[in-house]
Design a protein around this ligand. Structure first.
Ligand SMILES: [Zn+2]
Length: 258
């Protein structure tokens, strides 16, 4: 395609870019350092616990599967060829965002177990004032975070986003969370997410025609179920007592009766 440029943008940690020289008070520096980290943690928690996802977040979500979009530890995502902002399809420029994200194994189990125990110990401290239970609660909560970190790894996410010349400068990097063999990508607009989801469904349908395995699996499952039913005793047939039977009328009855 003519007139298309490509930019590769390495996404630096947000803390570094937001640290403007004018903000130099310790409180501001603390916010600049911790804020992006907290945002990131909150986004992860929202992916781990779907109940916490806001409607806005859900509307901008596109979910990619690892077996379709990940090779080794790198996700490669191409968003629909339309401007991320105004949906224009002419005079597009693409930009490639590359970011490293941390993926966690079974975060809900680890945090649920350790923080649940810590909460119980905290309650014991509140109601009975046993000093060691507070210390133990803090220790277990910290241990949970350490375990979470140990069971985590880095993944790279490369996303290609398209833009018209007008909106190129404001183009944000889509946020991504990798969890349980899926990549949750949050794109800048709801409209773009809708188109991306439709493209995914269409490509899966096309793939489905080439790959008959799921159908074969389903057929095998049906066969197994039928076999199981064959072995099982037949369902009891409804018992009809003699009284309930309607009076039998044979074809010749009426002619024979006077
Ligand atoms: Zn545009």
């Amino acid at each position: 395609m003519d007139g298309m440029e490509e930019h590769e943008t390495e996404q630096a940690p947000a803390a570094a870019t937001q640290d403007a020289p004018t903000r130099s008070s310790p409180a501001n520096r603390f916010t600049a350092a911790v804020g992006p980290w907290l945002d990131r943690a909150l986004l992860n928690v929202r992916v781990w616990l779907p109940a916490l996802r806001t409607p806005d977040l859900k509307s901008r979500q596109v979910k990619y599967r690892a077996r379709e979009s990940r090779t080794a530890m790198t996700w490669k995502i191409g968003l629909p060829r339309q401007c991320w902002q105004c949906a224009a399809t002419e005079g597009l420029v693409s930009r490639k965002f590359s970011q490293e994200i941390r993926s966690f194994e079974a975060p809900t189990n680890i945090l649920g177990g350790t923080w649940g125990a810590a909460a119980l110990l905290l309650l014991i401290w509140i109601f009975f004032g046993i000093a060691w239970s507070l210390r133990l609660a803090l220790l277990i909560a910290a241990g949970g975070l350490v375990a979470l970190w140990i069971k985590s790894w880095q993944e790279r996410v490369r996303v290609t986003v398209w833009s018209c010349a007008e909106h190129l400068d404001e183009m944000p990097c889509p946020e991504a969370v990798s969890y349980d063999e899926d990549l949750y990508l949050y794109v800048p607009s709801e409209q773009l997410a809708e188109v991306a989801r439709a493209e995914l469904i269409a490509s899966r349908k096309k793939e489905g025609k080439h790959l008959p395995e799921p159908r074969a699996e389903k057929a095998a499952a049906t066969r197994d179920r039928e076999r199981a039913e064959d072995r099982a005793p037949p369902p009891p047939s409804p018992i009809i007592t003699r009284d309930e039977l309607p009076p039998l009328k044979l074809a010749g009855d009426e002619e024979e009766t006077p």
